[in-house]
Design a protein around this ligand. Sequence first.
Ligand code: ADP
Ligand code: MG
Length: 698
Amino acid sequence: MFLRELTAPLDHVKGVGQARIKPLANMGIYSIAGLLCHYPRDWEDRCRVVPLRDFATEKVCTVVMVVRNDWVKTGKSRTLKVHIKDDTACAVLVCFNRPFLENQLVPGKRYRLFGSFSYRYGELQSTSFEFEEVSDDVVTDFFSILPVYPLSAGLTQNHLRTIMRNALRQYAGPLENELPDSIIESGGLLPKAAAIAAIHFPKSTEELARAKRTLIYEELFYMEIIVGRRSLERKSMSGAARKQDRETGGGMTPLQKQLVERLPFALTKGQRDALCEINRDMDDAFPMARLLQGDVGSGKTLVSFLAALKAIDYGAQAAVMAPTELLARQHADNAARLLEPLGVRVALLSGNIKSSGRNQILKSLAAGDIDIILGTHALFSKNVVYKKLSLAVIDEQHRFGVTQRQAIISKGERCDLLMMSATPIPRTLALTVFGDMDVSVIPDLPPGRKPVETHLAKESNEKKVYDFVRRELDCGRQAYFVYPLIEAEEGGEELPLTALKDAESMAARLANEVFPGIPLALVHSKIAEDRKKEIMEAFRGGVTKILVATSVVEVGVDVPNATCMVIEHAERFGLSALHQLRGRVGRGVAQSFCFLVYSDELTEDGKRRLKVMLENRDGFVIAEEDLKLRGPGQITGTEQSGYLRLGLADPVRDAAELSRARTDAFTVLEADPGLVSPKNLRISAVLRRAPPFSDAGL
Ligand code: ADP
Ligand code: MG
């Protein structure tokens, strides 16, 4: 049995009743495999026992004797005080709201204690502690290394530890190894069963380190096996006369030429080069897998439409997937504007389109009456069938998972894949996670773009910023105002001075006090899709002049007439969000401005981020600075979650392991691409029976 084959529901584990199922499900844990893969976020080392005298404000382990219990009155209730001592000192355990401890901490008995102490009112006190009675014949793991788990409401560390212990006892023993024995031996790794047991309840720090190393290596090894296999599979799809008849040598197809001729501007050199590479790939015998990188505003969308036209020219269909409804709709509008005049049939499919309309679209798609479809991930849900999908485009690809990539291309036969991103990918990732992809970069922005002028402004100087924006509005321009919150924080009334500005209240203030009479709209994620669509259309059409928003406008929104981006509480936003937000302006020929308005009390970290924004405009540089400021271990957050569902491994932090895993995996694949030789049967069994990184709920 492989770990991920433990798909039995959680109530098979001793101690898991209905009450525990829900909080576990809230953390995405539905099965025993999911439970065992819920790794600790930290470990509490209780191995070192100190005498009471050596107390510390961090938690320490001691062994004490209870001397007596007494009660003190505080307010309405009585509080239990338990007097304890060891050979070195006396102390008091103050049991707020825990009167029942009277029966559990009995004078004359000895206890193991784990808690933090401090001097208060002249005595050594602890209010936060765990304990366990010492009895000579029982060996417990109270003073051991204990896991600290991510939790959800309704679950305590102790619950989860107990559940985990039971699950390990019931299921971990017979777990099969997933790595080849030779690798386990040569790498000094642990067998799977031992590694899983030790990652949760290590016997020593050395064992913990080995368990981590084992599981990290295993994840990276399979990641590289999957990457390697994907590239082998793609390259083996040649053979059949796929596109031999359509050689254009990277040159443009008729529809592409028509579009380019109709455009009011010329393609940039970067766009031309990227298109040439894409065209060549699409003529090639095996499917394209290309990542198109280009800074915000570099015109990637247009390149993807041109790629779609090539597919359409050959009588096939193209699909363009965006991460949000807003963006999908904007792409659809653009596609309709640019492509319909060429006779291309365009449609939009999103999760929000109601059933009758949706059925009609699905029918047309299956019949081949739609040439290019744009949408959210709804494009690749189960019931969507394409007549002949030959190009899938994924915009803002870092927002999607790897398995979604797979779902998309599996909708077509030998489907070309074009992924786009403005978020530069760190080198280590580019070489590994995307090791099977080719990369095109658009290094230049369309000509005539003036770099966005960036200014920092203190919150107390906001009036100056508003006055500036008013002058731009008077010239017929438009402006964005962005806030970190949708609505006032709870308890905000009690803290009016420190409370953050929120989009809702500021929309009201800007409309009534600052810019009376100027059409203004508010948009954020809680607004219904239909309404959002109207709001964005009004802003795009220039009817609304000011758009007050949260970071929903962060990705992709394209309104060239907007020249002002005001980000309030700018220090609250991460660098990549700030860069994306600033990229919303400077999209037309007029000079644009970005105001980073910061609160009067600014942290060092916030200050550094704003400085980076002030001094840089190249997205690649900003991404590197971001990496530096956050430290490599930190990029595991949102950005990266899109790449892979890694549990313990972090491709940036674990770069050395990653490169070893890659070498090992590729050595295996080169010698035995089909993974059929006896020594590789375990690998193919894992991929078949318990595929890693699958989106299937664990
Ligand atoms: P991104 O790469 O950030 O997705 P977009 O595709 O949204 O950028 O393009 C930004 C804007 O630039 C759009 O308004 C688009 O019409 C315009 N654009 C694209 N290519 C060119 C070009 N070669 N010359 C001038 N403007 C262009
Ligand atoms: Mg874009």
